[in-house]
Each structure stands twice: as C-alpha cells, then as structure tokens.
Design a protein around this ligand. Structure first.
Ligand SMILES: Cc1ncc(COP(=O)(O)O)c(C=O)c1O
Length: 393
C-alpha cells in the first residue's frame, strides 16, 4: 500500500524518461505527450538549455539562500517577467494558488487603502483559482468547495462573457475592489473569454477604479501565440497571476502588478520562504529566453492551429465543440468521458479530460507539426469509437 495521500485518481502508469514531447514508462513504452504536465513543461522534456542552466546552478552550490538577501537570479527573472507582462513589480512564489492568493490579497489591500472596509472581488462561474481556502472560495466549482466550508467571504460570482452581469454588480455593490478572470478557463473546460468581453471588462474596471486581475496560470506564457491572452485583447491588467509554464517544470508562481496595483504591497505585507529561490529563478530566466529565441510562441500559434483545424474537420460534426487558442485546446463531448484518458494512454497518447466531458490538450511549446498531426491521428479514432460505442449501447 502506498503512503502517498489519496488525493488524486491516478492512472496506472509512471513516466521515467522524457525528451521533447515524448515520454517513456517503466516498461519502456513510448508516449506522445499532449499535456505537458498540465501546461507546465513549456520547453518539453530534457531541453538542453534548461538542463545545462539548472545543472550549472546546482553545481554552484546555491540552490537556495533566502529572501533576507539579494538574489541576482530573482532580479534577472523579475526584469524578464516585467518586460513580457508590461507590468512593474513581481512577487515570486511557488505555485498557482499562491499567485492567485497574493492577487486576492493585493485586491483586498487596494480596497482597504481606498476606504472599503470589506472589499469584494468579482469572479466567474466555472473559474478555477486554486485550492487554498481563499482561492477555492474564488473558484466556481462546488466540487472543489464542498467539505471546506465556511468559505472565505468577499467574492461575487457572475457568468463568463456576460458584461451586463458585471454592470449590474457595479451598480449595486459599492464594496467591489477588483475583477479576477481567467481569459481562457482551463479546469472549467477550455472556456474562452471573448476578446471584446475582456476589453469591456477592462473598461468597467477603469471606470469603477477596480483592479483587473488576469489569472494566466494556465493560459499564459506563450501557449496561445502571445505571452498572455490579455495581449490578444490589447489590454493591460493591473495584476497578473502566473505559475505552471513559467519555469518549465520547476515549481514557481508569480504575482505581477502594475498600473493601479503598483506599490500596494509594502515590506511585511507578504512573503514566502522558498519564493524566488535561485534554482527556480534560473528556470524562469531560461524558459523565457528560450521561448523568445526559439520563437516558440509563433510555433505554438502555428502548430496549435494545425491541431485545432484538423480536429474541427474530423470531429466537428460529432462533438459539441472544438475550441481553444494556440496550444490550449478543448474538445467538448455531449457526455462524460473520463475513461478516454486511459484509452488514450493505451494508444500511446497523454492527454486529459476536464469538467467531465472536455478533452484537454496542452502540449509543450516545442511540439512540431508532424507531432501535432500524430496527436490528431491518435485522438480522432478514440473519440469516434467512444461515441459510436456509447451510441450503440
Ligand atoms: C487558472 C489557474 N489558476 C490557479 C491554479 C492553481 O495552481 P496550482 O495548482 O499550482 O496551485 C490553476 C491550476 O490548475 C489554474 O489553472
């Protein structure tokens, strides 16, 4: 019996080696990975640049010091994150929920600074922001919240892509300090916010002096063809939450602020023992530099389009919808399909099903076109057989 706590329904496979977008299990079976550790392994597996940078950092002996001292790697990473987000200050933490939790704290502090005694944040139905008490309270899923009540107060929920709902909140609630939105909801089922909706939301935030918080933990870092989805909409948030793909597999998170959110946190307002340590920061610097130099965003847009269009052509008439942007793709079926994950593994394909009935593809940004076509070749027959079998049953 394993002593690992039983918090995940795990697939009976263990990957022991990886290269590019390929994985090998303990028996030596090879798999095509279209999940990248849930949008984490931006550079795929065993990228030579990342491997050698991490090795060098380890060999220096300084994997960790402390935020009590200057950390040059952290300064270099913050410069890069500021440059690619277009914002000003970066707080490094270790995970997505820490990034969103910090964003919630920034919003509350901003509210208090403006004289709101009980600041509240507008959040979206079907959103996922993490599993700490505050972030699960912000999350729009009863499954995530059940059993952990009382929830943290101060969240007002509206449907995604519904500006009128936000206008109504603005009219009736004087306690709002911020809006938090995933421009593409990941866990919620690859639900894409319309770009005009994001622009409209930003306009409301500007008018009401609310903070605009973009949770790009899953959709950010180049996978949609730009560094961040808000850049497709031509807007600049006040706060951006990052994690997952930011360090290509080394645990990291970041709460990035600018505009109205700049300067809100002062010494003593927030902290993290591990956050921003030299090992993680080396991975951040190398990931960002490599995405830039190897033109991986352009690659993500092109290769993602190959997958999206092929899936639309081949499955469009039998599934509810094929949707996404770049290398963030969902295929919604008309029925729950979690068993497809195991069937895909048997066919040598690593993918995931989220929200019960949405096949989710989040490959590494290094995937090439031939590999993308193989993803489609492996996936399409599985979906067709699954739907035909269920139709016959
Ligand atoms: C949009 C979004 N925010 C926050 C989180 C939480 O990240 P973590 O699991 O690293 O705490 C996730 C994780 O899936 C996410 O997709």
């Amino acid at each position: 019996m394993s002593h690992v706590m039983n918090t995940y329904a795990r697939q009976p496979v263990a990957f022991v080696r990886g290269e590019g977008v390929w994985l090998w299990d303990e028996e030596g079976r090879k798999y095509l990975d279209a999940l990248a550790g849930i949008a984490v392994n931006t550079l795929g597996y065993a990228h030579p640049r990342l491997n050698s940078a991490l090795l060098k950092r380890i060999q220096s002996g300084v994997v960790h010091t402390s935020n009590l001292f200057r950390i040059p790697d952290q300064e270099a990473a913050a410069d890069r994150v500021a440059e690619i987000t277009g914002l000003d200050e970066v707080f490094f933490c270790n995970s997505g929920l820490e990034a969103t939790e910090a964003s919630i704290k920034v919003a509350r502090k901003y509210g208090h600074d403006r004289g709101i005694a009980e600041p509240a944040i507008v959040v979206m139905e079907k959103a996922f922001h993490g599993r700490s008490l505050a972030t699960l309270s912000a999350t729009g899923s009863r499954k995530v919240q059940a059993g952990f009540e009382p929830l943290v107060q101060g969240f007002v929920r509206v449907p995604l892509n519904d500006l009128e709902a936000v206008r109504q909140v603005a009219e009736h609630n004087r306690n709002i300090a911020a809006v938090m939105v995933e421009p593409i909801q990941g866990e919620g089922g690859i639900n894409v916010a319309r770009l005009d909706y994001l622009r409209g939301l930003k306009e409301i935030c500007d008018r009401q002096q609310w903070l605009f918080i973009s949770d790009e933990v899953q959709c950010g870092l180049g996978r949609t063809g730009k560094w961040f989805v808000y850049q497709h909409a031509g807007i600049k948030p006040d706060v951006v939450a990052l994690a997952k793909g930011l360090a290509s597999g080394v645990p990291v998170g970041a709460c990035v602020v600018g505009n109205r959110a700049k300067g809100i946190f002062k010494p003593g307002n927030h902290g993290s023992t591990f956050g921003g340590n030299p090992l993680a920061m080396t991975a951040v610097v190398t990931t960002i530099d490599t995405v830039k130099e190897e033109k991986l965003m352009e690659n993500a847009a092109r290769v993602g389009n190959v997958i999206l269009e092929s899936l639309k052509t081949q499955l469009g008439n039998i599934v509810v919808e094929v949707r996404g942007m770049g290398l963030m793709i969902g295929v919604e079926l008309d029925r729950p399909c979690p068993e497809l994950v195991k069937l895909a593994l048997d066919a040598g394909l690593v993918m995931n099903v989220t929200a019960d009935n949405v096949i989710r593809l989040l490959p590494a940004l290094v995937m090439n076109e031939a590999e993308a076509r193989q993803v489609v070749e492996r996936l399409v027959p599985l979906v067709k057989a699954f739907l035909a079998r269920r139709a016959a049953a």
